[in-house]
Design a protein around this ligand. Sequence first.
Ligand SMILES: O=C(O)CCC(=O)C(=O)O
Length: 166
Amino acid sequence: MLLREEPYHWHSKVMLKEAEKGGAWEWHQDYGYWYHDGCPYPRMVSAMLALDEATRENGCLKVMVGSHLLGRLEHGREGSQMGADPQRVKALEDKLPILYVEAKPGSVLFFHCNLLHASEPNFSERPRIAYICCYNALSNIPVIGEGHGKPVRIQSVSDDAILRFA
Ligand SMILES: O=C(O)CCC(=O)C(=O)O
């Protein structure tokens, strides 16, 4: 278990980057947002499942290797998004390696909520769709606000459960 403790589902989202339409993301840490949902600790993790092939051309995710160890950075408005402090990001770009996470459909990237990540526009002719599931530790329920719904224990099921359900 990556969190080293019992997780619950925080939220999930489908990220659609349409072909030739851009859709860049500024450098940010997810905990830069989730801290403001009231979670006291950075005990949160995301699983990004590539549904389409993700390449540099269609704006795959890029990550700053090792940045999950920095602690939470200040985040502020960057255009229509919230991004990590641009001055700090610029200095870190010279210090930490940047990895473009190219991925085949079905590949999953697990990443810590303090990992700095961003993505560039999709100027290719192919869309880029990914499904991101985010998990919080049960010990990290928001202490202010309501978070993203009631924490519900995750039940493990056998591998064929989805076939039995469908
Ligand atoms: O899919 C992307 O390009 C970025 C998504 C992202 O950074 C996020 O959901 O936090």
